[in-house]
Design a protein around this ligand. Sequence first.
Ligand code: NDP
Ligand code: MG
Length: 384
Amino acid sequence: MKNIAILGSTGSIGTNALKIVRSRPRDFKIIGISGYSNIPLLAQQIKEFNPEIVSVKDDAVISQLEKKVSLKGIKIYAQNIGLDKIVTNKKVSIVLVATSGTVSLNPTLEAIERGKIIALANKEPLVMAGQIVMERIKKNKGTLIPVDSEHSAIFQCLKQEDIKQLRRIYLTGSGGPFKDFKKSQLAKVTLEMALKHPKWKMGKKITIDSATLMNKGLELIEARWLFDIAPEKIEVIIHPEAVIHSMVEFLDRSVIAQLGITDMRLPIQYAFDYPRRLANKLQSIDFIKTKALTFFKPNSDSFPCLAIARQAALKGGSSGAVMNAANEIAVEAFLLKKIKFIEIPKIVSAILKKHSFIKRPVLDEIFQLDIWARREAELLCYQH
Ligand code: NDP
Ligand code: MG
């Protein structure tokens, strides 16, 4: 029996993780969950999984929840201390980090410090503070298992291998809904169009990032830190069928790939069961139906976010944190229909250029720059 905590239990990853727990009650026990403001779903999850500890947005959400479900015997906290209470709980052995944005960084670091196994879905801890996170893993001899499907794929491909013999990583991406769009077509993209991802069903923020290709950019930085590999050795390839979730090439030019259906339960289960592989009821790939696997170079002219992120990866230091913060604000503004789709990369690029670069930022500096970049991006998004 593994004791699990899920940060972001009401989200897309969180609900998929709970499907796994539901299907294997003898293997997994939920000790802690955190949601934010989805009261009906939180009430349902509390009833079904009976967690010992719960974190939500604030006291108002707690009062609302009390009206829907008995909280007797449950320790329930507001967000400012709740996430910390969950990851420091002695019973928890695996923490799935799948909450939204920047808020994931501190609990990830704290969970590493407490010796928990980290199943990491969030990109932000590595994009903002990859060096600090990986140093902490090393210092604590910790285990970090990526849940992002591409990184889970690379992790699986490298399981038996010496990372020093790695020649290159092929980071694959479906290309999103606008894969074949020219710049002129992208100028007319609406929110509704951008929210329709051809292959994956995900939260809104990551769905927009997939449409701008910033998601691949964030993943490039994520991979750079996770596998301690120079950004130059990470190649992004568009693979519309999304059957291959990523590949690695070794010095002898042999390539190993990981393949699977597009269902996030696969990488989540892999992280929960690691290092074992256990049976499930998911579908196999239907190779006959798939017919062909195709590959294309990403169109960097139409999708500048990818080049912006590569530049940030090469520069390192504070670039990832600033890029991430500016992008979050720009995506939020696009979701609110305040800016156009093609303005997202322009805003991110402008903030990155303006920021006072720090080569080796400490955590405090990262958080300060995060706040600065958000404020600057808001000015650009909402003052016209
Ligand atoms: P969702 O938007 O679906 O879920 C976000 C979760 O975080 C919800 O539980 C939400 O609570 C909670 N939340 C929202 N705001 C806050 C806040 N300020 N503080 C604390 N919790 C908050 O996201 P996804 O599940 O899609 O993604 C989660 C992470 O995993 C992201 O970093 C994403 O990039 C990454 N990821 C996701 C993939 C996917 O397939 N979805 C694939 C690979 C990576 P509530 O709803 O109750 O308000
Ligand atoms: Mg991914």
